[in-house]
Ligand binder design. Sequence first.
Ligand SMILES: Cc1cc2nc3c(=O)[nH]c(=O)nc-3n(C[C@H](O)[C@H](O)[C@H](O)COP(=O)(O)OP(=O)(O)OC[C@H]3O[C@@H](n4cnc5c(N)ncnc54)[C@H](O)[C@@H]3O)c2cc1C
Ligand SMILES: NC(=O)c1ccc[n+]([C@@H]2O[C@H](COP(=O)([O-])OP(=O)(O)OC[C@H]3O[C@@H](n4cnc5c(N)ncnc54)[C@H](O)[C@@H]3O)[C@@H](O)[C@H]2O)c1
Length: 483
Amino acid sequence: MTAPHQPWDLLVVGGGTAGIVAAKTAARLGARVALVERDRTGGDCLWTGCVPSKALLAAAGRAAEARRAATLGVHVSGVETDFPGVMRHVRSTIAAIEPQDTPEALTAAGVHVIHGDAVFTGPTSVEVAGDRIDFHHALIATGGQPLVPPVPGLAEADPLTSDSVWNLESLPHRLVVMGGGSIGCELGQAFARLGSRVTLVEALPRLLPREDPDAAALVHGTLEHDGVEALAGTRAVAVRGRPGEAGELVVDDDSGERVLPYDALLVAVGRRPGTGGLGLDAAGVDLEPRGFVTVDPQLRTSSARIWAAGDVTPHPQFTHVAGVHGSLAASNAVLGVRRRVDFSAVPRVTFTDPEVAAVGAPTWAHDGGAEPRTVTRQHVDVDRAQAESRTGGFSRLTLGVRGRVLGGTVVGPRAGESLAEVTLAVRKGLTATDLAGTTHPYPTYGDGVWNAAISEVQSRLAAPTTRWLLTRLVALRRAWSSR
Ligand SMILES: Cc1cc2nc3c(=O)[nH]c(=O)nc-3n(C[C@H](O)[C@H](O)[C@H](O)COP(=O)(O)OP(=O)(O)OC[C@H]3O[C@@H](n4cnc5c(N)ncnc54)[C@H](O)[C@@H]3O)c2cc1C
Ligand SMILES: NC(=O)c1ccc[n+]([C@@H]2O[C@H](COP(=O)([O-])OP(=O)(O)OC[C@H]3O[C@@H](n4cnc5c(N)ncnc54)[C@H](O)[C@@H]3O)[C@@H](O)[C@H]2O)c1
């Protein structure tokens, strides 16, 4: 392999979202860029993460909609799901999106693509298939892998993970899912709606433990309605099973042990950073205690010319974060600027039904009156939700001094879309008055956030001093008009 332009201005290791966005950004800035990928460019999001999971959820959602259409007077009988057909939809979605991330697309964007496993041999060089490649700057964007925790018998049973679940050819009759976070809830709901008997096991006392408890409760309720047995506060103790065969997961809650038989076991308890075999010692790159690459706020590692972005860092594991951080690290590396990561407004969405979308300061744990505090609009009071018979949701804002929007949680259909304006509000320091004064189209789920903001403005108008002043003003106008 001959690699032109060495040393590269930027050598990117890893062709997932962080690496691709970084490489394209640096090339656009005029840098000479190479990207090393050992597998397929596109990364977790395209092949095993966001894209297949959202395609699967879309199919499962259609089935659920057809089943509940009777509430709207539409009777759909005999709803059947055809798992190979669903998986064809998953693969065709990937195929439709893939062209953006191919080596050809990268080459067209001015990025030299190298296929192989990169290993750092020093602070300014890597080796790929025996060839030495020199760089002025490098970016580690090697992502992560599903974590398989040390539960006795688990590794031996070779469970499904978010990497391998996409190879299933038939729907498991009984699916046990370990982990009630984003992957567990999204895939657990999807498989249940497609016809599996799903049991979800979450070690902490509730599902989606990072989200507003009211949001988690709504998701829990819908999962149960979909037929999922959701066991929160339940630890996995042991697995009895062999690869590719039915087995049993032994779990334990405060009331004792219970055996959960499965045809397939899916582990979704988080992801570990992909740093193994990268030669980071030779490069002088430090890891933090959990094994993620340590970065400063400019995404520089402990090695002056090496940067890192995406799931390999301790930052939130989302595609949008990987992309934004990849771009930021690339411009810092090739331009020598000092842009810093900004965590004030990083949105997140769990694509269950209902969707749970949140940003900024938590929307819970605020006692009444003191700031910050919350205002909530239940979606039973949102006309669009009533029209669609989808009232199980809410829009909640966390407000600080003078009504400044510090955070928000929206639960309901397309909550991720409704969250966009809350994200902008948090980022730009807007207030409830700003949101209330912005005309929103009627009837939309956006009315939830809008009316929460309006209720805040109305409650300020109802404050005794304001109320007294307004009453005086009206009385003066009345006196003036009747002169
Ligand atoms: C089931 C699931 C659903 C998800 N859904 C969402 C979602 O809806 N929204 C969202 O925002 N996020 C979602 N995520 C998270 C999202 O997929 C990740 O945060 C994102 O893809 C991380 O991108 P990355 O570039 O950091 O890493 P990756 O995409 O993992 O890319 C790393 C790349 O580096 C390569 N590599 C590793 N080591 C080497 C080496 N030594 N040499 C060369 N190449 C190497 C790998 O082959 C890989 O291609 C989901 C994740 C999962 C698992
Ligand atoms: N919609 C999205 O944006 C989306 C969707 C899927 C995944 N992701 C990303 O992928 C990452 C990984 O997702 P994930 O769901 O695997 O991780 P997660 O951290 O979201 O959830 C893991 C859950 O497993 C539980 N858990 C841990 N050990 C357990 C055990 N032994 N038994 C039972 N439960 C246990 C944890 O308490 C936690 O609730 C997430 O951090 C997320 O950022 C994002």
